[in-house]
Ligand binder design. Structure first.
Ligand code: ADP
Ligand code: NI
Length: 215
């Protein structure tokens, strides 16, 4: 029964995100769900239904991914009710998926999340880092027609979601967001994984600059 609830949200995410070409496709949320489940186990949590469901659903109401956020919120409410999620469970899922994003944190500061929310947030941020994170960032940059790198454009510090969403370069995004993520992790296991992925990204950048500068 519990596993069935996870499976139906997984299927829902597959239908909604399958065609995404911005780096937020079904396999992104599938990885987030797996990372989150692992973190939950490390935190000693036994019941991971809400964590897994919220992981699968966290991008299906995101304005980067869907055209009409209000409609998609309604669709999701209706779907969860039909699948016999309780009112409390639906509230918790929405509470998580509406509050975990980095762009929201830029404007409003760190969100006050439940442990389940903290775990999903960590998992989403871990998937923005490492080898996968590097590729997703380059892929997103192509999607938004951003330059790969321009030595004349310095990285910026953004304070609003709108400014953050303006085009930057792929390499600048490492400094503008990705390298800041490890310090925002909520769980110890999440922070450890994020730090390891950060080391790899810094090595990658070093090689990138060596090749760029022919040194
Ligand atoms: P959130 O949904 O937490 O606000 P974002 O939408 O900023 O997160 O980012 C999701 C992923 O999309 C990032 O980890 C990154 O890979 C990619 N991305 C977002 N903005 C940019 C950008 N300006 N340049 C390159 N990649 C980006
Ligand atoms: Ni995500």
């Amino acid at each position: 029964m519990k596993q069935n609830k996870v499976n139906v949200t997984r299927q829902y995410a597959k239908e909604k995100l399958g065609d995404d070409r911005s780096g937020h496709d079904f396999y992104h949320v599938d990885r987030v769900a797996k990372i989150a489940k692992k973190l939950a186990e490390q935190e000693g949590l036994k019941d991971t239904v809400i964590i897994e469901a919220a992981s699968y659903l966290h991008d299906v109401i995101d304005d980067k991914v869907v055209e009409n956020v209000a409609v998609e919120k309604e669709n999701l409410q209706k779907f969860l009710k039909e699948q016999n999620f309780s009112v409390e469970e639906i509230c918790e899922i929405f509470e998580i998926i509406e509050n975990i994003s980095f762009s929201k944190e830029l404007e409003e500061g760190k969100a006050d999340l439940t442990l389940s929310g903290k775990i999903v947030q960590d998992a989403d941020r871990i998937d923005a880092l490492g080898a996968i994170g590097i590729l997703r960032t380059a892929y997103y940059g192509g999607h938004t027609q951003s330059p790969l790198y321009d030595p004349n454009i310095a990285p910026q510090t953004f304070k609003t979601k709108q400014a953050y969403r303006e085009k930057s370069t792929v390499i600048n995004h490492f400094y503008e967001k990705l390298f800041k993520l490890p310090a925002t992790m909520n769980t110890q296991a999440g922070e450890k994984e994020a730090q390891e992925r950060l080391i790899f990204m810094k090595e990658f950048l070093k090689k990138f600059y060596d090749e760029w500068n022919l040194s």
